[in-house]
Design a protein around this ligand. Sequence first.
Ligand code: F6R
Length: 620
Amino acid sequence: MCGIVGYVGPREARPLLLAGLDQLEYRGYDSAGISVLKGDTIEAVRAVGNLSALRGAISAGTDTGAVAVAERPQPGTGIGHTRWATHGGVTEENAHPHFDTSDRIHIVVNGIVENYIELKQRLIDEGAMFTSETDAEVIAHLVADHYDGDLVKAVRTAYAELRGHYAFVAMSADEPGLLVGARNECPLIIGRGQDEQFIASAIPAFLRETRHVQYIDNDEIVVVRPEGVEFFSAAGQALPRDIVEIDWDAETAEKQGYETFMLKEIHEQADAVAETIGERAARNDGIDLGDLGTIDDELLRNVRRIVMVACGTSYHAGLIGRYAIEEWSRVPVDVEIASEYRYRNPVVGAGDLVIGISQSGETADTLAAMRTARQRGATVLALTNIMGSQATREADGVLYTRAGLEIGVAATKTFVSQVAACYLLALRLAELRGTLEPDVLTETITELKHLPHLIALMLEHGIENIERIALAHHRADFFLYLGRHVGLPVALEGALKLKEISYIATDAYAAGEMKHGPIALLDQNTPVVVIATDSPVLEKIISNIQEVRARGAQVIAVATEGDRRLEGHADEVIEIPATNWMLAPLLAVVPLQLLAYYIARKRELSVDQPRNLAKTVTVE
Ligand code: F6R
């Protein structure tokens, strides 16, 4: 995910910004840039690739004079950014900082501006000249549009017009020693120094300089000057803010204070889903998937069949996608394990849309399955998290998830992003094919957009109960997971998470199949995790729970908040917020990730790097 750093103070800004960006490298990025005030102009240097490419571009500019660099270091005002491409390819023009037409306002942005298309059109009509394909650039022009010598006021006015999920920092060539930041959902934090201040998307960016931080809350605007920082609500009301001293070491800092990358990534899931949905669901009455290469509306409208090919967790995301696509758009969907599909002589060809789901975009079996389908005349879509990955190069179109870099080997935030992307595709198909009533479509989109908030709520309030359940069951030798309908892929994913990080044997089954075999495994020592969220099949699931309890096994039910039907049926209940039952998997999987996580931690295992597993499987 992108990284932001800014500095105001007596020291030269550029080395501090570069050092800050170095510390944000762990987040993953594909281009970088900085803007610093020099005299009465702002100089931006941007480069595709890693920070050594940026350093190279800076020194090339210094050598050739292409970038005018003052001979004496000046007191610093500057901003820097590492970009993980979402809107627009990996190019220097799309890298941040972005600037307005007069090159007087520079900005760095994380996140997504949902309404950038309408704002961009308005600003172009007023004479603005855009130089990138990004949504972020619109903020520079918008701030400039409102600028009359007061950057704070211009940012506040611009902020009121923006919709989305973002954080940004702006500077003006006319106001040295001033940075103005705004936060809407995406993180932004202040680092307090002695007559100098830092602003960044994550603490590591300034941890070498200061351990005194101030947290910026959602919907706030901050005014950062060397002598101090002021906090305001979006409406302009001044707000008090404590300075907190943190005691993180460098490793904790990389993990943002979480004990592992996996836990950090579980907590990033609300953001990952919000970013994946982003502007694609902005208009509420339908979905815009952006540029899908040669996969146009006509093709989607007439597609005969969809085949999803994937491995592991990505396969489970595809299974959830199947329910949504078939339910909402009535397009038949097959979901195939890629390593099997590639050797099966599959019946596939023109008229079929084959979707390769792969967070890395490099999984050998998934790539081979996509190739097989393409050679036989099918159209191939890559659904991936990694821009420029092999899957994107071999497909007719790409639908990106926007989860940012995932370091923990067990997939978490990339899984929920894949599921969110499948929902978007399903709703787009339904819109194009007219298979959902317009009011149902709008209602479902509204509920989908509410999910990040519900994920955040669960993560805020639900963890204690799960830790307690993990403690009670962490010595078990075997767990059975059961689900029906969309609950089945959730059960499969929960079981996979537990086995891969805790090394406990698990099985996941369609609950209706249990009596055809797995029921023989049950005794009073068997924890059975049942996905029992509200759905048309809940009554059936409750019957399955009774079968389980009749064998003395322990039932841990994942249920919808406030649903009394589970009362008396389960030994433990983990509640998730109520939502559209087709969307519930995005919520139900979160407690299962946490259950696996806390069980593995109780067993003192290395959750970020489980034995025998690799993050990217480029071999067969
Ligand atoms: C499990 C996990 C793996 C991957 C699988 C496919 O937590 O991460 O099962 O899902 O190796 O990887 P991608 O999605 O990169 O193709």
